[in-house]
Design a protein around this ligand. Structure first.
Ligand SMILES: [Zn+2]
Length: 489
């Protein structure tokens, strides 16, 4: 018995039913003393079997390559997003999922357009050079002649405030706000820096600026700009907003540091059109004993409009899809229903996550757990949840069984944006946690492509997710500590 297992044993003994029913191999008679160990051994054995299957077959990578080929740049409301919905529904049927359906969702439609240029006017030495930008999702365009103005650089909102209207009015504000490389968790570094992308235009416009430029959200220094969402503020002038590559941001900043005056011309014809109808795509493996109780697994089908969207979130969508399909193919039908939900519009609105919540809000007690994969297709490290107490201990005991896949840790953290409305209403929300080191190398760029996904790492993620959802769906008692549906009303 490992140290970890002996530490967990008291927890498990308090819930004798919890681990008795995990898959492969299920005991045919009441298990003898020490059943907790053999049940954890059961999780390990299922993890081994599923990882062996997936590493050999490569189903997740095949699905991801197909999705990225059929529907790259699948921003909500685009023709490519429609193709992604069709692909998901067809693929779910082909893979034998049950109750396959679409649920209509109204989504915004923002169009990047053809013209997207940031041209240097001064310093005269570099006049005419183009700097690599991407308009931020939701940005308005510029007049046809563009916007030509002097650039003023700030390192954050306090510096913008210090600049005041006098320093910002009529100028283009450049937020040179790097993600902090020294932070252990790149997602924490993103969380700190991303406010300058989200709110930079509104804050600059409040002081009279005519456009805003934000340093791309990555710790890498290269020439790939990273797009992403931004929002305007009621009552504040709307001004165009773009992301500049980190290398180009460093160049402009170096000119300013030398005392040069920097003037640029920004030309954009992006625009917001009328909302359109799209869909979440849903398929299930119906539970063999408690079909009304649901373990949800999902990712988001939409991506930004500039690349294939492989890590964000083709990987998570295919994790969910292939995890369920593999259980179905191997006839590992758990006690409860596994429901795959591929959400639409995570990137610029969360309409899919909100719509799903609205549809199930009167029956939330049917949802035993919701798991989202939206942190890329990298090597698994574990899972995250914000829940505390006994439910956390029980979940940690199961997750520990995934240690051979590298996925044995239960981190403190959220589940995912699409399932956050469910989490707010008390559904146990869990996030898949892969290695975070390289996620922001590719996030929201043209290079978020399948070539930058390691097939082995991707399949191991699917194996970890499939093992966990099967185990949770097959437990005798609900992992969330709530009474079974059959005991109610
Ligand atoms: Zn995402």
């Amino acid at each position: 018995m490992s140290t970890a297992l002996s530490r967990l044993a008291p927890t498990l003994l308090l819930v004798p039913a919890l681990l008795l029913a995990v898959a492969a191999p299920a005991p045919s008679s009441p298990p003898p003393a020490g059943a907790e160990e053999s049940s954890v051994a059961g999780i390990r054995s299922l993890a081994r079997r599923l990882s062996g299957e997936l590493l050999q077959r490569g189903d997740t990578m095949a699905a991801l390559e197909e999705l990225c080929r059929v529907a790259p740049r699948r921003l909500s409301g685009s023709a490519s997003a429609d193709r992604a919905v069709e692909w998901a529904e067809r693929t779910m049927r082909e893979l034998g999922l049950e109750n396959v359906r679409r649920e209509a969702v109204t989504v915004p439609r923002w169009v990047r357009g053809e013209r997207e240029r940031l041209v240097v006017v001064e310093p005269s030495l570099y006049a005419g050079q183009e700097l690599p930008i991407l308009a931020l999702g939701g940005s308005i365009g510029t007049p046809t002649r563009g916007i030509t103005a002097e650039v003023v650089r700030v390192t954050g909102f306090p510096e913008l405030d210090a600049l005041g209207r006098e320093g910002a009015e009529g100028r283009i504000v450049l937020y040179d706000t790097p993600m902090q490389s020294a932070l252990l968790d790149p997602f924490a570094a993103y969380g700190q820096a991303v406010q300058h992308r989200s709110n930079g235009a509104a804050n600059a416009a409040a002081l009279g600026a005519v456009a805003s430029i934000t340093r791309s959200m990555t710790t890498r220094v290269d020439d790939h700009p990273h797009t992403g969402g931004m929002r305007y503020r009621e009552g504040v002038e709307r001004i165009p907003a773009v992301a500049l590559s980190t290398a180009a941001t460093d160049r402009v900043s170096s000119w300013l540091a030398k005392g040069e005056r920097v003037v640029v011309r920004l030309e954009l014809d992006c625009r917001t059109e009328e909302p359109v109808e799209s869909a979440n795509v849903i398929g299930e493996v119906i539970g063999r004993e408690l079909p009304e109780e649901i373990v949800l697994v999902g990712g988001h089908l939409d991506s930004w409009d500039v690349g294939p969207g492989a890590h964000d979130d083709g990987a998570g969508s295919c994790h969910a899809l292939i995890a369920a399909a593999t259980l179905k193919r191997l006839d590992l039908r758990p006690r409860r229903t596994i429901r795959v939900v591929l959400f639409m519009n995570e990137e610029n609105g969360l309409a899919g996550g909100r719509d799903y919540h609205a549809r199930v809000k009167d029956e939330l007690e049917t949802h035993v757990m919701a798991l989202e994969s939206d942190r890329g297709g990298f090597a698994p490290r574990g899972f995250s949840t914000a829940v505390e107490g006994k439910v956390r201990e029980d979940l940690a005991a199961l997750v520990e069984g995934l240690s051979e896949l590298g996925a044995g840790r239960l981190f403190m953290g959220g589940g995912g944006a699409d399932i956050s409305p469910l989490a707010r209403d008390g559904v146990l929300a869990v996030g898949f946690v892969p290695d975070p080191s390289r996620y922001f190398d590719f996030h929201h760029t043209t290079i978020d492509s399948p070539e930058n996904v390691n097939p082995r790492e991707l399949e191991l993620g699917t194996a970890a997710i499939a093992t966990l959802i099967h185990t949770v769906a097959d437990l005798e008692a609900r992992i969330d500590g709530k009474p079974p549906l059959t005991d109610r009303d």
